[in-house]
Design a protein around this ligand. Structure first.
Ligand SMILES: [Zn+2]
Length: 190
């Protein structure tokens, strides 16, 4: 890595940090009064702990919900690379199978070939596929319902950035989004 690339990386990170600070400031102001002074004084910046089955951390002085929200934001879109084989996912079929299986078409073919070798039927595949979709759906539902009732709407992405996920959306809009998301999954089922 040459100097210029390094500098570029640094400045990119700095910009992100500055953005997070601004966001942190804003949410500090909006949550003032209710619950903001709640006790989490035994936790310091950067601590990660579990409370009521959820993960929390302190970032920029604020208590934040740690969640794998990236996954849900990208719901319905296919990442560039297959998480299983790391190959580029560029085929139309990749984006078709991805939401249900979280892997590329080739990986699904291998997976099903393995099952066929074990003597599983077509019916079995459909059932399995629906089970995959259902579990993704359940996870999504829990995530959304959490977001809807959560007063602290800041989340930390897997990259460690704070995002105000609600983005000014009302409870009603979120509920609408949840409904659409569930329909999206339902339509994938066979
Ligand atoms: Zn793959």
């Amino acid at each position: 890595m040459n100097d210029n690339v390094l500098k570029k990386e640094f400045s990119k990170k700095d910009v992100q940090r500055a953005r997070n600070l601004v966001k942190g400031d804003m949410s500090a102001r909006t949550t003032e009064g209710i619950g903001y002074t709640k006790k989490y004084d035994h936790h310091i910046e950067g601590d990660v702990w579990e409370e009521n089955g959820r993960k929390w951390t302190i970032k920029n002085g604020l208590k934040q919900n740690v969640t794998k929200m990236d996954k849900f934001k990208k719901m319905g879109t296919t990442p560039l690379f297959c998480p299983e084989c790391n190959n580029l996912m560029k085929k139309h079929l990749d984006s078709k199978v991805f939401p249900a299986y979280q892997k590329c078409f080739d990986c699904v073919v291998d997976y099903e070939a393995q099952l066929k070798k074990e003597g599983k039927s077509e019916e079995y595949f459909n059932k399995l596929r629906n089970q995959h979709i259902q579990s993704a759906m359940d996870e999504y539902k829990v995530f959304m319902e959490d977001a809807i009732k959560e007063s602290n709407s800041n989340y930390i992405t897997e990259a460690g950035d704070i995002e105000d996920w609600k983005g000014g959306k009302s409870k009603k809009q979120l509920e609408q989004e949840l409904q659409e998301g569930l329909e999206f999954f339902e339509n994938l089922k066979s």
